[in-house]
Design a protein around this ligand. Structure first.
Ligand code: FAD
Length: 295
């Protein structure tokens, strides 16, 4: 027998103020609906039980991608395909384009939003690691106004975030990336399409006089939340890029990961993958920082 959706009332507020007020009033009985690619599955499988959905579809500008001073602002309602096709994103953070294109399938990417990918707080989500190494913040609007949270501090556990009742994630703010910096995202999944990451690694490096001035590495799908591998990144500082150096950092990143065994792979398998992906992500990030895109 097929799964059916329970009876649900769908609300379509026309602005954020109305959306926040509705969410506050309906409390635990309501969830925000963006593309629905996570939520509809959760409702059908009864992982989520609500009688109201507050759709973001009618809110003007929630999907807008624009410059904000020197930063880039991506509206929470922007889909993976829109982000991947945006020329400002391609110039600003090309690794975000790679991460968007690595998600699901073309059809799902037409619906899947960046806000939903972050807010669902699934440890294997593809967009948080690259946004974390890029120092992104999320803007949240609630009944009492707006606040910004560093994405690194936003995740509290699997499917748990810092969002308070009545809040909507409105946009993601990515600061200007330093000159001579480069980022990359590498994912391993069991199929080429429509598959969640067994592990994903994002890296960013900033170069100065041929040495790595600063680095950041974020691991996805190998801990309850996306995780910065701080000791691995520290091992790269003031060093000349080399395969040996990247292997050393990758071995440290493995020790910083906390993978579990599940249907997609054992913890040991994930540790092996983190090692390979970290090395590749660092190689690509350095190549981008030097203006030579590898691939
Ligand atoms: C077959 C399949 C394959 C997939 N493959 C991948 C993959 O390879 N990589 C990957 O990362 N993901 C994958 N996903 C998961 C999913 O497509 C993404 O996480 C997607 O980005 C979710 O966005 P959405 O707009 O569909 O969110 P929705 O399903 O609408 O919402 C997801 C959650 O976020 C909340 N939410 C949504 N928007 C906001 C907001 N603005 N503010 C606050 N809360 C909000 C909702 O209430 C809900 O709890 C896959 C899903 C399917 C069905």
């Amino acid at each position: 027998m097929g799964l059916t959706l329970p009876e649900i009332e769908i609300h379509e507020p026309e602005n954020l103020k109305e959306a926040c007020a509705l969410l506050k009033k309906l409390g635990r009985n309501a969830r925000i609906l963006a593309g629905g690619t996570d939520l509809i599955v959760d409702l059908k499988e009864k992982r989520a039980k609500v009688s109201h959905l507050v759709s973001l579809a009618e809110i003007v500008d929630i999907d807008r991608i624009k410059k904000d001073g020197k930063a880039l602002s991506i509206g929470a309602g922007a889909t993976a395909n829109r982000i991947a096709a945006n020329s400002m994103v391609a110039r600003f953070l090309p690794a975000l384009v790679d991460a968007c294109n690595s998600m699901a399938s073309y059809h799902i990417r037409n619906l899947a939003t960046i806000g939903g990918n972050i807010a669902s707080a699934v440890p294997s989500a593809d967009l948080p690691p690259i946004l974390i190494v890029a120092d992104a913040k999320v803007e949240l609007q609630g009944p009492r106004g707006k606040r910004k949270v560093k994405l690194e501090n936003f995740f509290k556990g699997p499917r748990r975030t810092d969002m308070k009742p009545g809040e909507v994630l409105t946009r993601i703010i990515i600061p200007a990336q330093p000159k001579k910096s480069g980022s990359s995202y590498h994912k391993f999944a069991l199929r080429n399409a429509t598959a969640l990451a067994v592990a994903g690694v994002a890296a960013r490096v900033e170069m100065e006089k041929g040495l790595i001035k600063k680095a950041a590495i974020a691991l996805g799908a190998v801990a309850p939340t996306p995780k910065l591998a701080k000791r691995a990144a520290a091992a790269l500082r003031k060093k000349k890029p080399s395969r040996e150096l990247f292997e050393k950092a990758a071995a440290i990143a493995v020790r910083e990961s906390k993978p579990i065994s599940d249907i997609r792979g054992s913890a040991e398998y994930r540790r092996d993958i983190v090692e390979v992906l970290t090395r590749r992500a660092l190689e690509d990030a350095v190549a981008r920082a030097r203006g030579k895109k590898r691939k």
